[in-house]
Ligand binder design. Structure first.
Ligand code: NAP
Ligand code: MG
Length: 505
């Protein structure tokens, strides 16, 4: 997703076998002693045991965050002091870069290249918000008569932040960094499948000088801990990244207390290749667009539309290059595709491919569970290209969240736009053309939060990330995110020389 640092990461020995909850600045076991195991999806091996937050622990974390917000010093710090502390978080992360990369690979099975880019982006997110907060301020508004009006941006309060498993550290950074910048307190619930790097990030926040209670990390189950956070009266905001069905459920529950809600949800992003595109660049970019992070990306460009006049040539090149993608040891520099997160997700992916076959589609390459030498107990799927599909098929309409792409033809610009927009989702989109006017015209008509023009990358610190339609609402990673963690207070004052007497009594 971002810049990749050239470093050699050795295969690590997992020295630490137990990870604690972080509540009120303390590393704690869970109140009822419950733990859960986390696995390396590449090998199927247990890598560590993690304290599992109970409802009681969740309540404790909420009270800690509440105290820290209502009576603590974090939000009262001058902006430059908060900014300095956030930069310190980034510099500790830089110093521990290799350790974070190793841990992320072990917990997710993703490739070295992907993990390095994501850890680097997580670091850069903190650096971005350390700078962005300095320019974040209210306004002076012009009003008639002897009145003055100005607005203040005040932190919204205690924020519950719920994280998915596909980008465990990067998503945690996207959420913690802006909330900290404006002065909020947070309770982070990592995904149960991938809790480790979020816990380390919580420890780093404390080490950097974030006061106790401001950052709490509580791994635990979504239905228990997640629901408790979402329904609690003393939580002011919930920021969720995950699947669309859970996002809808969260919005409904949060409505009972009128919590502020931001939702970063699923996608089925279109990728349009016009007849005048640089074919090689479009093939390489489209390959990255779907197979990066093993296709487990919310903005994976999983619907590929290619102009009919270049369809055969493009598909031939695309399939040949797909066959060259290497599945293997995630720690090897040459590995392109890492593991799928677990058996459940592997079954989901395979189920979609089988449904496509039943619907009459053609599998051009891949289409089955992969056998990877030395990783027989892990979860792997062959990069899969499916053609002869239409918009009535499940494989075209639903998010698969794996290394599977469908390819279709179009005959003109109008049809390409129509097909691209024929979806419930609206997160990413990409288009490949050398015609600048066409690029602008199509970008303007696509119903998606992100349009990538001749570009395979969807996000850098500072670029808004978020969806249209059922891909959610709110934008992360950008200046506007700061507004989503603040309330605007309007202060009106009278400066006339005579007292006001509106009733005239
Ligand atoms: P998920 O099943 O929706 O889970 C996401 C998080 O929500 C996990 O921490 C989960 O906890 C928690 N959760 C589950 N039920 C909950 C509930 N009732 N109340 C509160 N929290 C609950 O999604 P996932 O499978 O982890 O992630 C994949 C999905 O995320 C895909 O749909 C993908 O498109 C989306 N995603 C979107 C973006 C974006 O920026 N738009 C980025 C990344 C991923 P447990 O799993 O621990 O139970
Ligand atoms: Mg894991």
């Amino acid at each position: 997703m971002s810049t990749v640092q050239e470093t050699k990461v050795e295969k690590p020995e997992m020295k630490r076998k137990f990870y604690h909850l972080i509540i009120n600045g303390e590393k704690l076991e869970s109140s009822n002693g419950t733990t859960f195991k986390t696995y390396n999806p590449a090998t199927g091996e247990v890598i560590a045991e993690v304290a599992k937050a109970s409802k009681e622990d969740t309540e404790k974390a909420i009270q800690a965050a509440r105290q820290a917000f209502d009576y603590g010093k974090w939000k009262k710090y001058p902006v430059n002091k908060r900014s300095r502390t956030i930069n310190k978080i980034a510099s500790i992360m830089r110093a521990r870069f290799n350790e974070l990369v190793e841990l992320e690979i072990l917990d997710t099975g993703k490739s070295l290249h992907a993990a390095q880019g994501q850890v680097m982006q997580a670091i850069e997110d903190f650096e971005f918000y350390a700078s962005a907060i300095v320019g974040h301020r209210g306004a002076v508004n012009s009003v008639p008569g002897p009145f003055q009006n100005y607005t203040e941006k005040e932190p919204v309060g205690v924020c519950a932040q719920i994280i998915p498993w596909n980008y465990p550290l990067m998503m945690t950074a996207w959420k913690i960094a802006p909330a900290l910048a404006v002065g909020c307190s947070v309770i982070v619930k990592p995904a149960s499948l991938t809790p480790l790097t979020a816990i380390i990030l919580g420890e780093i926040c404390l080490e950097a000088g974030v006061p106790e209670g401001v950052v709490n990390i509580i791994p635990g189950s979504g239905s228990e801990v997640g629901n408790y956070l979402v329904e609690h009266k003393q939580v002011d905001k919930v920021a969720f990244t995950g699947s669309t069905p859970i996002g809808k459920n969260i919005m409904e529950r949060a409505s009972q207390t009128l919590k502020r809600v931001t939702l970063e949800l699923g996608g089925k992003s279109p990728n349009i290749v016009f007849d005048d595109a640089d074919l090689e660049a479009a093939v390489d970019g489209s390959l990255f667009g779907i197979f990066y992070n093993t296709g487990q990306s919310c903005e994976a460009r999983s619907r590929l539309y290619v102009h009919e006049s270049i369809f055969d040539e493009f598909v031939h090149k695309f399939v040949e290059k797909t066959k060259k993608l290497t599945l293997g040891d995630p720690f090897d520099k040459g590995t392109h595709i890492g593991a799928v997160i677990d058996q459940n997700q592997l079954d989901v992916i395979d189920g979609y491919v089988k449904s496509a076959i039943e619907d009459g589609a053609d599998i051009l390459t891949g289409g089955k569970v992969a056998q990877v030498k030395g990783f027989e107990n892990g979860f792997w799927y062959e990069p899969t290209v499916i053609a002869n599909v239409n918009h009535k098929m499940k494989v075209v309409n639903e998010e698969i969240f794996g290394p599977v792409v469908v390819i279709m033809k179009f005959s003109d610009e109008k049809e390409a736009i129509k097909l691209a927009n024929d979806t419930e989702f609206g997160l990413g989109s990409a288009l490949w053309t050398k015609d600048g006017a066409r690029a602008t015209r199509v970008a303007n008509q696509i119903q998606a939060g992100i349009v990538m023009v001749n570009c395979p990358f969807s996000a850098f610190p500072g670029t808004p990330f978020g969806g249209y339609k059922q891909s959610g609402f709110g934008r992360e990673l950008c200046i506007e995110t700061l507004d989503l963690y603040t309330e605007t207070k309007s202060i009106i004052s009278y400066y006339g020389s005579r007292p006001l007497n509106p009733f005239g009594l």
